[in-house]
Design a binder for this molecule. Structure first.
Ligand code: NDP
Length: 269
């Protein structure tokens, strides 16, 4: 009979392979068809649900599954695993609880608007289920924290410090840009305007730039293949969407839209 340990190892390996398959497929499909919510909402994607509820449901596995899996890990008492887990939670408490509450206030003040199709919600939910399982099992069970204390001549302490700097810089850009956009939408009575100020002067989507930086910082801190898989997936998801947003802004606002702005990486992309 297969022991539960080997069954979990096989499941973990299959999940990691799925994550690595997901990012090229996601990139290619989003280059061809922007995800149909927000600026790119269109008919033909079936019934939809209000964004605050959609975000809450879609992102929720990152909290409840993580809490369920954490006590089963062999590193459950390790301060390093707890520290890594707390960064993951910090991001997802904002995304699952605080961000939907902001959207709910926006929808009350503007009288609602377009919804998120169930199909998009379902894809987001299953990705978060997969990714939370992989990231949490890796951090709390499979990672060997005693190996590789030095990488490319950089000590673990320096690497964690650099990673933390990138992570918190990304988080602050992501949250501040999301808040600025939600405020802008409330001021416009639910319509779209040209965002101005801060990182918006450099790129059309600083919220996506911040999110990619956050998970890059997390990957530098954890130095695990699964965390690098996650940052690659995040870029594969958000770079095509940022380019679609950028083209949408140029088309909608024409000459009024600042020409020097890039989509998501200042001066480059
Ligand atoms: P968007 O930038 O498309 O929208 C954010 C909010 O701002 C929405 O309420 C949107 O309204 C509103 N908004 C956007 N642009 C304008 C504007 N010019 N004028 C007025 N209001 C505007 O972000 P997403 O909804 O795609 O993503 C939200 C967050 O989730 C981001 O922080 C992103 O990084 C994160 N995310 C992470 C992913 C990952 O793979 N890790 C995947 C997807 C998102 P409306 O919705 O009506 O357009």
């Amino acid at each position: 009979m297969t022991s539960p340990y080997f069954a979990d190892e096989a499941l973990f390996s299959a999940a990691v392979v799925t994550l690595y398959l997901c990012f090229p497929l996601t990139y290619l499909s989003l280059i061809l068809t922007p995800a149909p919510y927000g600026k790119h909402s269109r008919s033909g994607w079936g019934p939809s649900i209000q964004p605050p509820v959609a975000w809450f449901l879609m992102e929720s596995p990152t909290l409840w599954l993580s809490l369920l899996l954490f006590p089963a890990g062999r590193h459950r008492s390790s301060p390093i695993a707890l520290f890594i887990l707390s960064l993951f939670f910090l991001h997802y408490i904002n995304r699952t609880l605080i961000y939907p509450l902001r959207l709910r206030r926006l929808h009350i003040s503007t009288g609602g608007g377009g919804g998120v199709p169930f199909s998009v919600l379902a894809m987001g939910f299953f990705f978060n289920l997969l990714n939370a399982y992989i990231q949490i099992r890796s951090a709390t069970h499979y990672t060997d924290y005693d190996s590789h204390p030095w990488i490319f001549g950089i000590s673990m302490a320096s690497r964690v410090t650099i990673g933390l700097g990138i992570f918190f810089w990304g988080m602050s850009v992501n949250i501040r840009s999301d808040m600025a956009l939600v405020r802008l939408k409330a001021q416009g009575g639910g319509g779209y305007k040209i965002p101005r100020g801060g990182w918006f002067e450099q790129v059309s989507c600083p919220n996506y730039m911040g999110e990619i930086a956050e998970w890059l910082g997390w990957a530098v801190i954890t130095w695990s293949p699964v965390a690098f898989g996650f940052v690659m997936f995040t870029a594969a998801n958000l770079v095509p969407r940022a380019r679609s947003h950028h083209s949408w802004y140029l088309e909608k606002f024409g000459e009024d839209y600042p020409r020097s702005r890039k989509a998501v990486v200042p001066y480059i992309l």
